[in-house]
Structures are given as structure tokens and as C-alpha cells.
Design a protein around this ligand. Structure first.
Ligand code: MG
Length: 263
């Protein structure tokens, strides 16, 4: 069952989302070469606590940290570590969640460290654009798979692949609620979207094959073929007036990567 949220519930999720938008802004200036992923994680945790919220991922099914930090061929769920240093030219996926009065928000972005090759920047841009296109489908009367199809068609038209093993999700009083939101599929299928639905949409895109495997740490998902992967996510409320991005200060999809429609 897809739980519809009241205006009050969406307001709490907006509060949580705005805290995450603040974390994203901070990290864009904070993360630099030589820093360990644990240092980044500790900064995120302190920020979330300063804002009066709770980290959403820490302790979730035993996850040991506040942020998931996934570098290069790591797709999602990387565990922050004092040993893992961020290097010039890396692409760093930062997945963030927090809780305000029992309500969750979830977002992710992939940050290039310094200058990356044009094809890698294109991977980031296309992934980000596919999220924007999917958000535009979050309107009353559209069907769930219209969201999925928007991601897949844009990604594949640009020569990249969408990961199958992980999906977006409903979100509210739990981090993961129904429905599951695959990043692939034919349009026009599944439940109709209705005002009050809140969806965490999160394309995961690779430069090679879509297949992934899990490392021995039990969490980190990497591409099977070692190709680079990008991940962007927003928590989005379906409203009578169209999509509201709860994890951006403007309610619109905020620039979490250099804005670029040119390819
Ligand atoms: Mg998520």
C-alpha cells in the first residue's frame, strides 16, 4: 500500500529535506583531495545533529555510518573509512538521509573532485538530467512506470546503462516504503500517482554494464565490470501543482551538478 501524506507530514519531510540540501551545499565546498571518507562522514553527522535532526542511515540494518560514500566504480552503499582517501579526479557519490520528528528525507549526488574527463562529466550530467526528467513525471494522473521510463530512456539514449539491482522507493515514516521505483521499464504501467505520495527517486547509472556485485563488507555495491557509476537522488512530493522537490531549498530540482543540457 502506498501511504499518502498529510500537509503536516510533508512539512516535516520538507524540514528534513532542507537540512539535507544544506549538507549538499556544504559538502560541495568541503570535500577535497586527501580527505578520508570518514572525515566527510563525521562532518555530515555533526551538521545533521546541529540542525536538530537524526541521521537516517546510521544503524539502518546495521549500517555503521551517517552517509553512504561510494567512489568511482562503487555504485552505492560505500562505508566511510579512515583508510579511504579521496583523490583528485575521483567521482564521489554521497547519499544522505535524516529524520525530523519521525519523518525521513533521502537524497544523493555525485561530486567530481577537481577536473574529470569529458565522458565522466557527461555521465554525471546525464544521470542528473534523468533524475530531473523523472521528477517532471511526478504529477497526479501519471503512472509509476512513467517515472522509471523517463530515467531509462534518457540514460540509454546517451549510451549509458541503468543499474537494475537497486531502485527508488516511497518514503515517509520509514526510509523505505512502497512503492519500489525501478529506473527502467515501459511507460504507462503501475499505480497512478496521487497528491500526497512522496517518492525517493534515485537513478544509478554506469558507463559500462548494468550488473553489480556486493563487496565482502556486505554493503558496498560495485559495477561488475569496474566501470564508473553515478547516483543522484531527490525526495519528491506529488502535489496538485506538480512535483515539489523536498530535498532542495527552492522546491525545484536544485543544481547538484554543473547545470548542462548540452551534450
Ligand atoms: Mg534512497
Amino acid at each position: 500500500m502506498i501511504v499518502l501524506k498529510s500537509a503536516r507530514e510533508i512539512a516535516l519531510m520538507r524540514q528534513a529535506g532542507h537540512i539535507l540540501a544544506g549538507v549538499v551545499e556544504r559538502l560541495r565546498g568541503f570535500v577535497r583531495p586527501g580527505m578520508s571518507t570518514l572525515e566527510v562522514d563525521e562532518d555530515v553527522e555533526a551538521y545533521i545533529h546541529r540542525e536538530g535532526a537524526e541521521p537516517a542511515f546510521k544503524g539502518y540494518r546495521g549500517f555503521p555510518a551517517t552517509a553512504c560514500i561510494s567512489i568511482n566504480e562503487e555504485v552505492v552503499h560505500g562505508i566511510p573509512s579512515a583508510r579511504r582517501k579521496i583523490r583528485e579526479g575521483d567521482i564521489v557519490g554521497l547519499d544522505l538521509g535524516c529524520i525530523v520528528e519521525g519523518y525521513y528525507a533521502d537524497c544523493a549526488f555525485t561530486l567530481p573532485i577537481g577536473t574529470v574527463p569529458a565522458n565522466v562529466q557527461k555521465l554525471l550530467n546525464v544521470t542528473r538530467e534523468s533524475l530531473d526528467l523523472a521528477i517532471q513525471e511526478c504529477r497526479p494522473g501519471r503512472r509509476l512506470s512513467d517515472v522509471s521510463h523517463a530515467v531509462q530512456s534518457h540514460v540509454e539514449a546517451n549510451g549509458f546503462a541503468v543499474v537494475r539491482a537497486f531502485v527508488g522507493h516511497g518514503i515517509g515514516r520509514a526510509l523505505h516504503e512502497e512503492p519500489q521505483i525501478p529506473n527502467f521499464g515501459d511507460p504507462g504501467r503501475g499505480p497512478q500517482l496521487r497528491p500526497g505520495m512522496v517518492l525517493a527517486i534515485e537513478p544509478m547509472v554506469t558507463m559500462g554494464s548494468w550488473e553489480v556485485r556486493i563487496l565482502d563488507d556486505g554493503w558496498t555495491a560495485v559495477t561488475q565490470d569496474g566501470s564508473l557509476a553515478a547516483h543522484f537522488e531527490h525526495t519528491v512530493a506529488v502535489t496538485d501543482n506538480g512535483p515539489e522537490v523536498l530535498t532542495s531549498l527552492s522546491g525545484q530540482s536544485a543544481p547538484t551538478a554543473p547545470a548542462s543540457r548540452g551534450r
